[in-house]
Design a protein around this ligand. Sequence first.
Ligand code: HEM
Length: 217
Amino acid sequence: MFKFLFSSIGQKIQIAFSGLALAVFLLFHLFNNLVLFTGAENFNNMVSFLKSIHILVRVLEVGLVAIILLHIINAIMTTVKNRKANNGKYAVAANTAPQSSKTMIWSGMIILFFFIIHLRYYWYTFQNMAKDADFFEVMLRNEFGYLGHTPTAIFYILAIILIASHLKHGFVSVFKTIGLPSKYRDQIIHYLAFIFWAIIPLGFILVVLYIQYLSRL
Ligand code: HEM
């Protein structure tokens, strides 16, 4: 079993399923953030409810960190294996490699930087606030790291677009890995992938724009 998990196909399956789990997290995360559109009171109540079940939230967060690590480690190991198999060269000449592969290192680094900024400012600030605090006000702050601050908002939009392209690329691979019959595969890839790589990122961008609008009122 252990041997299978770390074989080439086992690792691809791990990347696929950890990626799917992360995409599902994003869907829930978007729903939480959409509560912002219903006003400060609802948003504050939602965050304070999450604080009241913080033990459960903590367990889910530990699971999330484990899944992110699994995803990154398997992705790196698979890349290294592939490069070794190619004797340090790409199978395809550098100038014909797909754009998404060429920009993977840079986009990966920017996404990682986004994670650090995002968790440092929002997650960490929320952790240190009382259950009945004004979380809505934090969302609108016009300081570096918060979305009322225009350069930070622009950086968020850029990171969200990069995450979207990563999801699009990933979804095609997931279905190739799982190996659904191509008749269904094409349809599923088309519709399901569209929700994940287009609708969810668009939802996050709307949240960023709405916060910018509110903080200018
Ligand atoms: C408009 C964009 C976003 C906003 C306004 C937002 C807001 C927040 C807030 C307020 C928290 C702290 C929640 C708490 O401690 O109760 C948080 C946590 C988190 N966010 Fe985001 N987020 C956004 C986009 C994203 C994206 C695109 C990702 C991933 C690619 C992401 C990943 C996370 C993770 C992993 C956590 C920590 C886990 C958790 O406590 O839920 N966020 N976010």
